[in-house]
Design a protein. Sequence first.
Length: 347
Amino acid sequence: MSLTNKNKDFLTLKQQVDRLSFKYHLLIKDEAKAKEYLLYRNYFDLINGLEDLFLSQNTKKNSKDFSGYSLENFVTFYDINVDFRTVSLKIIAEYETKLRSLIAYYFNESLYRQANTPYDVLAYIDGSNFIFPNQGTDLYEIKNNFDLFKNKQNVPRSYNHLVDPNSPLSIRLYKNVYMANKMDKRNLFQDFDIPPFWVAIKEFDFGDLIKFISLCKDGVVKEVRSAMGFSDFTRQEFIAALFAIKNLRNHMAHAQMLNRFHNSPKYNFETSIKIVGDVRENGDSISVFEIFTIISKAVKIDPLSNPLRQINKLISSEKKLEIIAIEFLRTMGNEKINEWFDLLSTE
């Protein structure tokens, strides 16, 4: 049995333009401009990233035919994708900042409330301050693989020069796999021999931030859930929602087209995520629209108004672009533009 060769040969800009024009029947109005589009926006992103929107109108199966459309039509939807992505990443950054601040506060407050227990500045690397998941569960896998809860028996030789031998806290800090690496880089920590959690947490990426809160004790998670607007979510649903947001963020951070987003849950508990009062049974079906419904519970998503207005303008234009605009919304989970605007607090 022979394998199909899926390798693609390099094509010059001229060859790319000819391929689009003669093989795929895409209207090229200005060849020089077309070469510029392909050079600066990349053929794969501009054409392959958007072709499903246009091919959805093609009644010929297994045929790539863009008859009736121009390269400028592709550029229009490419640029809308970029605008949508840009403001979405800004919104998610605000969401992440709020989450980070709340976790730092309520984790420390939970320790402060403990009677007759002196405050431990390194409590955030002490596994006993977190839940103990059952073996074989998703949370067990997270804790078992999270470097924040991994400690060396002795301080690695490479970190000896950073340790204060007269400080048990310093020794404890540099035995920790996660924090020793962070301290070695000493970016945020130059003013701290032993960084408190509200400083250390600024070095957590979004994924580690979610791992941390998913392993916190119920009291901390409850406070954070409530402050983020998720009192109606269970602990499990809240963590699942965070992972879904992270997946969308990563998709956009790698400049992927929003119409190509597919949530790929790593952990099984994502299959019970709660969306707008509903408990869905298929976590991998969570759409861009549903994720922004979740995000809007915690922060305003008004910046989406600009790309949404661009889409709305296309819906009100010629029929062929209206069809593509609606298809674009459908791929993101909701083809009704008015329901997107309903998510915005200023509309």
